[in-house]
Design a protein around this ligand. Structure first.
Ligand code: NAD
Length: 276
């Protein structure tokens, strides 16, 4: 079965599940991972300029033989692009590396210096038809408010750290209200913080005859959040995809809500020192 989509405000469809490739820089690992994902029906790949693997992703996708129109490709502009011109240049480099002439989704990676100017470049590229949807990543409510005051086009997605121990409840509700699609990075907790060993998740795994990873991914999707888990192992890539034959019940979603620790595992977007 085909992986279902969520529809963005501009009617573009995003496959609910994608493959993340952060920290996969080894050519063989990257190629195997992307080709395994394609084999198991993934069509959505999440990369970024700073992952230093866009060229390998582009090659693997070419090898796969899947028509470009069936793929959903996301990349992100890094913090070192500060001006409008930097951002356009970074975008062109990304296109070249990915061996394509458009992106499905392009994100401002962090709310770092110059993000308003970067947004103007994304708006221009969107209006030229070079990007099908534009958005941001690691934006807090205050960043979004500031951006939307200045913007012609509202961001369509905000990709932020989200897992059962860091559910981002306040931001999630805000995004829903604004019609901005929530996308989870680190959906499985990045292998940190033992979320896969959580008692409630283990209990639900038993109940639904699924693995803890599958319970967590199903929870993201049942909450209308896009998930882009990373794995370089075909068995896990396949496992992470086998989540379209069940849903968590309402009461189990309430149970999942109760295990939130509001505990960030990754970098803090409000920490300016990190963003320089
Ligand atoms: P993740 O939560 O996807 O965790 C990946 C790790 O989980 C793997 O390395 C593996 O150890 C484990 N895992 C995967 N499948 C499993 C399974 N079925 N069972 C048990 N363990 C399993 O973390 P991530 O890679 O950091 O996040 C996913 C993607 O999000 C990244 O690859 C990247 O594309 C994106 N991302 C974006 C940002 C951002 O700032 N926008 C930051 C981090 C990650």
């Amino acid at each position: 079965t085909k992986i279902p989509s969520f529809k963005l405000e501009n009617t573009i469809e995003v496959p609910q599940l994608g493959l993340g490739v952060f920290l996969v820089e080894d050519e063989q690992e990257l190629t195997q991972s992307v080709l395994a994902a394609i084999k198991h029906g993934y069509r959505h790949i999440d990369t970024a300029a700073i992952y230093h693997n866009e060229a390998l992703v582009g090659e693997a996708l070419q090898t796969s033989g899947i028509p470009r129109s069936e793929l959903f490709l996301t990349s992100k502009v890094w913090n070192d692009a500060i001006t409008y011109e930097d951002t356009i240049a970074a975008f062109e480099t990304t296109l070249k590396k990915l061996k394509t002439d458009y992106l499905d989704l392009y994100l401002i990676h962090w709310p770092s210096e110059g993000y308003l100017e970067k947004w103007r470049a994304l708006e221009a590229l969107y209006e030229e038809g070079k990007i099908r949807a534009i958005g941001v990543s690691n934006f807090e409510i205050n960043h979004l408010e500031q951006l939307m005051q200045e913007a012609k086009i509202k961001p369509m997605i905000n990709q932020v750290e989200t897992n059962p121990y860091f559910q981002q409840t306040e931001l999630h509700d805000y995004l829903v209200k604004q019609g901005i699609q929530h996308e989870a990075w680190g959906p499985l907790g990045q292998g940190k913080g033992n979320v896969l060993e959580d008692n409630v998740i283990q209990e639900l795994a038993e109940k639904y005859q699924k693995t803890p990873a599958q319970i967590i991914l199903r929870w993201h999707l049942d909450r209308q959040v896009i998930a882009i888990p990373k794995s370089i192992h075909e068995t896990r890539i396949q496992e992470n995809r086998e989540i379209f034959d069940f849903h968590l019940s309402k009461e189990d979603l309430v149970k999942m809500a109760s295990i939130d620790k509001n505990q960030r595992g990754g970098a803090d977007p409000t920490d300016d020192a990190w963003l320089v």
